[in-house]
Design a protein around this ligand. Sequence first.
Ligand code: GN1
Ligand code: MG
Length: 353
Amino acid sequence: MNRKDAFTEEREALSHFALEGEPLSLTPCTAGLINTTFFVHTDRADYVLQKINTRVFERPAEVMANIALVTGHLAAKGLPTLSFLSTREGALFLENKSGVWRVSRRERGKSYDSVTADLFENAARAFGAFQKALSDFDAGRLYETIPDFHNTPKRLAHLMKTAEADPLARASSCRDLLDFCKSRAPAASLLTDGLADGSLPLRVVHNDTKVNNVLFDETGAGLVLDLDTVMPGSILFDFGDAVRSGASTRPEGALDFENIRLDKTLYAAFLKGFLEGADGSLCQKELALLPHSAFVIALELGCRFLDDYLAGDTYFRTTYRGENLDRARGQLILAADIESQLEELSALTERCL
Ligand code: GN1
Ligand code: MG
């Protein structure tokens, strides 16, 4: 193993899993804002070791139970999916004094933070096919591991409460953003209202459909990764999150705010791939709300970043002071741009159906 004196906790955790071969190297992976991830290379195989963030995932046993159900369902259909190793004691994860750990096989392929329209369409096809493959799985069997994860009105209300308490006296630096969020409260409940009145079906939802959660093979086919937030919800959470993260002209966290817009070509590419992958699974109301879902989820993530900034940056990993404020500004500018293009996006969506 490299750096003999480092990674003591990680090596101890790894020793509980029956890896093929001897671990030769352990490399930190910096992607993701929540869990801590390492690539493990042995003389025979490659693995991913993760320390689960238990502040975010308070009940890791439920996270892993959801993942086992979903990967089991996909594997039973012969579809490619992630595969996790049990511990030597036969558990789905290891809990020891340093934390909660799990190991999966490292699948071959490439992931990207930003993609061309062609690759984005392929990512969409993978997310759509994931939905289709799970459309016969009873979403009620899954735990709600993070309650109200995509409950946008609750996220917005929570932000307003934090802004009112203003524990670090930061609210004065983002009044414009707070006003924007508050004024969009009526639209924020579009998806949750539909779930509540039954007009939007409850499905198995991935809930984190960023393009870097797809691994592409050499043919361009995509494998869906990061199943931590698989929960019951609306398919529109997945479509909206993918579009707000992948069809923006600038990546999340970009500081050249004046260049942030929704790219209609990328939107159309995602739409095409997603509808093909989902292969007729969407109902009329889901289809009609596709463009709006991107607005709602961008607004929601803007609220979450802003809330975390006001509360002292305890949720999303940051590398500089004010990063969550910058992330929030970027998301809310994107939300405003999507909102201004809703009519056009709806027309474009209709033409694709
Ligand atoms: C978090 O850690 P990562 O990148 O998989 C967050 C998502 C956000 C995303 C924003 C459990 O995901 O909801 O969209 O950051 N995941 C959780 O980059 O909160
Ligand atoms: Mg994630």
